[in-house]
Write a protein that binds this ligand. Structure first.
Ligand code: NAG
Ligand code: NAG
Ligand code: ZN
Length: 473
C-alpha cells in the first residue's frame, strides 16, 4: 500500500482502539507484523500521540445488499412478501447456490460440510491462528419474512466486502458461515447445523431415526439436496474447540425494544435457552351430567391447574428473565358434554440462568405429581424434550462490539437475546457475541418482518469493525 494514500478510517479505528483499549505493552512493538500492516495501510505513524485520528465511516453498498436480500427472498415456495424456504427443498438448494456464488464473488474460499453448513474463508496473514467467524441462517419457516437470519449471512458477506474495499488485511482468517436449518420446520430440530458443529453426539445418533412429516428420512432428504452422507460423516461436522477464536452473529432483534427506545444497535450479553416439557394426565372421563363432582377425576382440570402452577413457579424465580409459557393444552375427547379423560400440555420455560430455569422445571414436575395425586388422575407422561443450557457472550467480544458502536457514533444498549440462535451452540466451541438491529414493531416469523436498510447498514458496519478488531487481536 502506498503511504501517500489518504488515511484509512478503518485502520485509524484499529490503531485507536488498540491504543485505547490496551496499554502499550511489549505485545505491541513496531516490529509486530500486524502493527506494520496497519501502519503501512493507514499511513499513520504507529505512535500513541496519533490519538486525534478521524473516526471510521467506511461505506456499505446498501443498494447491492438490498438487491441481494430481495433476490434471496425469491427462492421461496410461497408468493412475496411471504417467504417459505425449508431445509433441503428445491428452493433451499437454489438459495444455497446463490450464497456460494456471492462468497465466490467476494473472493472467499468455499467449503461445505456433510450436512451443508457453508463456509467462506478469507485467509488472514497468519493462517496458523484460529479464525474469526460470523454468520447466521437463510432457512425460513412457512410464511415468514426475508430478514430473519438473512441479515446475518448477506450482511456478513457485505462486512467482508467493506473490509476488502477499505484495503484491510486480516491477521486471523475471517470466515462467513451459513448454517444449515436453524429453524426446526422440517425435522423438528432447531439449529441442526450449529448443534452438530458443537459436537453434540446425541443429535448425530438421533438423526439416524429422524424422518419429516412425509416420512422422508434425514439422510434421504439430504441426498436429494446433493448431500450424500452416511451416519459416519456426521462426525466430520463436529468442530474442535480451538478452531475459532471468536464467533459473532448479526441478527434482527425479533423484539420491539431497540425500535421503541430509538437505538440502532443492541449488544447481546446472553442468550436465553428453553426447556420444553410434554405432560399428560389421564382420568376416567364420563358424562358431563351424570358424574357428580365428588366422583370426578378430571384430566382437563389437572392440566389447567398445572398451567397456573407454571406461571406461579416462573414468577417465584425472582428474576424478570425467567419466563414460562403453556402454548398447548389438548383435551380428549374434546366434547362439551364429556369430562376430559386425557389432557396433553406443552410447556416452554426459558432463562439466561440455567440453574434458575432448571429449578422451575423441577418445581413444575413436583406440581404435576402433587396435582395428579390431589385430583386422582394419572400422570402418564412428564417428558423433558430439550433442556439446552443458556449462553453468555464473551467479555472480549462484548468489548469489541461496544467499542465498534462507539467509534461509529451509534447509540446502543446491552441486552439479552430471548430468542435463541445458532450462536447459542457456537458458544459451546468458541467465544461468542451477537449484534442486534431494530426490526419493525419487533415482528418476525411473518411476512411483515422488516428492517430498514439504514439499520442493516449500521449493523454491517459494527460487524465489520468488530471482525477487524478481533482479527488483529
Ligand atoms: C415410514 O417409512 C418406513 C421405511 O420406509 C416404513 O417402514 C414405515 O412404515 C413408514 N411409516 C409410515 C407412518 O408411513
Ligand atoms: C462521531 O461524533 C463525533 C463528535 O460529535 C464526531 O467528531 C465524529 O466525526 C463522529 N464520527 C462519525 C463516524 O460519525
Ligand atoms: Zn434467525
Amino acid at each position: 500500500m502506498p503511504l501517500k494514500l489518504s488515511p484509512s478510517l478503518l485502520s485509524s479505528f484499529i490503531i485507536t482502539i488498540i491504543f485505547f483499549s490496551e496499554p502499550i505493552s511489549s505485545s505491541i512493538s513496531s516490529d509486530d507484523p500486524v502493527w506494520r500492516t496497519i501502519e503501512e495501510f493507514s499511513g499513520y505513524p504507529t505512535h500513541p500521540t496519533s490519538a486525534s485520528l478521524p473516526s471510521p465511516s467506511f461505506s456499505v453498498d446498501t443498494e447491492t445488499l438490498q438487491n441481494q436480500i430481495d433476490e434471496l427472498a425469491t427462492f421461496s415456495d410461497v408468493p412475496a412478501p411471504a417467504v417459505t424456504r425449508v431445509l433441503y427443498s428445491d428452493k433451499d438448494v437454489l438459495a444455497r447456490s446463490y450464497i456460494k456464488k456471492l462468497m465466490e464473488k467476494a473472493g472467499l474460499s468455499i467449503r461445505e460440510d456433510a450436512v451443508g453448513n457453508i463456509f467462506g474463508r478469507w485467509n488472514g496473514k497468519d493462517t496458523s491462528l484460529a479464525a474469526v467467524a460470523t454468520g447466521s441462517h437463510i432457512d425460513a419457516i412457512p410464511f415468514s419474512g426475508k430478514y430473519d437470519g438473512v441479515v446475518g449471512v448477506l450482511g456478513a458477506l457485505e462486512a467482508i466486502n467493506v473490509l476488502k474495499r477499505s484495503g484491510f488485511q486480516p491477521r486471523r482468517s475471517l470466515e462467513v458461515i451459513m448454517f444449515t436449518s436453524e429453524e426446526p420446520t422440517r425435522f423438528g430440530i432447531s439449529c441442526l447445523g450449529s448443534r452438530l458443529m458443537a459436537g453434540i453426539e446425541e443429535l448425530a445418533d438421533a438423526l439416524k431415526g429422524t424422518v419429516d412429516g412425509q416420512n422422508i428420512s434425514f439422510f434421504d432428504a439430504a441426498k436429494s439436496a446433493g448431500y450424500n452422507l452416511n451416519h459416519e460423516d456426521l462426525k466430520n461436522v463436529f468442530v474442535k474447540k480451538d478452531h475459532y477464536s471468536a464467533f459473532i452473529e448479526l441478527h434482527i432483534e425479533q423484539g420491539p425494544i431497540l425500535e421503541e427506545e430509538g437505538l440502532p444497535i443492541g449488544i447481546v450479553t446472553a442468550i436465553a435457552a428453553p426447556a420444553s416439557i410434554k405432560v399428560e394426565f389421564e382420568g376416567n372421563g364420563g358424562h358431563a351430567g351424570a358424574v357428580l363432582m365428588p366422583a370426578r377425576n378430571d384430566a382437563g382440570l389437572a392440566a389447567a391447574e398445572l398451567a397456573l402452577a407454571v406461571e406461579k413457579h416462573v414468577l417465584e424465580s425472582g428474576s424478570i428473565d425467567t419466563v414460562g409459557t403453556v402454548g398447548i393444552i389438548e383435551l380428549h375427547p374434546g366434547a362439551i358434554n364429556s369430562i376430559p379423560s386425557k389432557s396433553h400440555i406443552e410447556i416452554d420455560t426459558r432463562d439466561i440462568d440455567e440453574k434458575r430455569r432448571n429449578n422451575v422445571v423441577e418445581k413444575v414436575h413436583q406440581s404435576a405429581v402433587s396435582i395428579a395425586e390431589k385430583r386422582r388422575v394419572r400422570l402418564s407422561k412428564f417428558q423433558i424434550i430439550n433442556q439446552d443450557p443458556p449462553a453468555l457472550s464473551a467479555e472480549s467480544i462484548i468489548r469489541a462490539m461496544t467499542i465498534a458502536a462507539e467509534k461509529l457514533n451509534l447509540s446502543h444498549k446491552l441486552m439479552i437475546s430471548r430468542a435463541y440462535h445458532d450462536s447459542l451452540f457456537m458458544a459451546r466451541i468458541s467465544p461468542m457475541g451477537m449484534i442486534f438491529i431494530p426490526c419493525n414493531k419487533g415482528y418476525s416469523h411473518k411476512p411483515e418482518e422488516y428492517a430498514s436498510m439504514e439499520d442493516i447498514a449500521n449493523g454491517v458496519k459494527v460487524l465489520a469493525l468488530t471482525l477487524a478488531k478481533l482479527s488483529v487481536d
